[in-house]
Design a protein around this ligand. Structure first.
Ligand code: GDP
Ligand code: MG
Length: 168
């Protein structure tokens, strides 16, 4: 039985919760402090999908989202992608298409999901539900609303990607 390993890149503007999402999923923890990731390329978690062992390798950027040369190296070989924006950050929502294009330019069409994080802050939202759904529809992406803080929909995102990858 051959084990499958999938490189997943988690992409989006700074402070949307990418590092928190990876930590939550792989270590089961959430820390409130905004700590920039240092010295770690990726964290991993093993899951079983349709009876198959799958290793998800979740790649994090070192908070250097603005540097093209670094992100390019980070995308290389990616087999799935999570595009993240924040409920409380309109710019992060408006940047999603650009992030998608950057990943696509490097690795082509890979299983991708759109995630609206920080849904626990819905009373402070700056994005209408219809807008988010319209974007997902236009980009033809499965859309999840999640809260890394409250552990809402995080495992679902990665389960979906693993599923989609295995079905390709
Ligand atoms: P990154 O720059 O995209 O990696 O973002 P971080 O993971 O460093 O998170 C930025 C800040 O948002 C940190 O203070 C996190 O604790 C916080 N954060 C992450 N996810 C959530 C969430 O679901 N809800 C809330 N309220 N805060 C979150
Ligand atoms: Mg980070």
């Amino acid at each position: 039985d051959m084990e499958v390993a999938i490189k997943v890149v988690v992409v989006g503007n700074g402070a949307v919760g990418k590092s928190s999402m990876i930590q939550r999923y792989c270590k089961g923890i959430f820390t409130k402090d905004y700590k920039k990731t240092i010295g770690v390329d990726f964290l991993e978690r093993q899951i079983v999908v349709n009876g198959e062992d799958v290793r998800l390798l979740l790649w994090d950027t070192a908070g250097q989202e603005e540097f093209d040369a670094i992100t390019k190296a980070y995308y290389r070989g990616a087999q799935a992608c999570v595009l993240v924006f924040s409920t409380t950050d309109r710019e992060s929502f408006q940047s999603i298409e650009t992030w998608k294009e950057k990943v696509e330019a490097e690795v082509g069409d890979v299983p991708t999901v759109l995630v609206q994080n920080k849904i626990d802050l819905l009373e402070e939202t700056v994005i209408k539900n219809e807008e988010a759904e319209a974007l997902a529809k236009r980009l033809k992406l499965r859309f999840y609303r999640a809260s890394v803080k409250e552990d809402l929909n995080v495992t679902e995102v990665f389960k979906f990607l693993a599923d989609k990858y295995l079905q390709r």
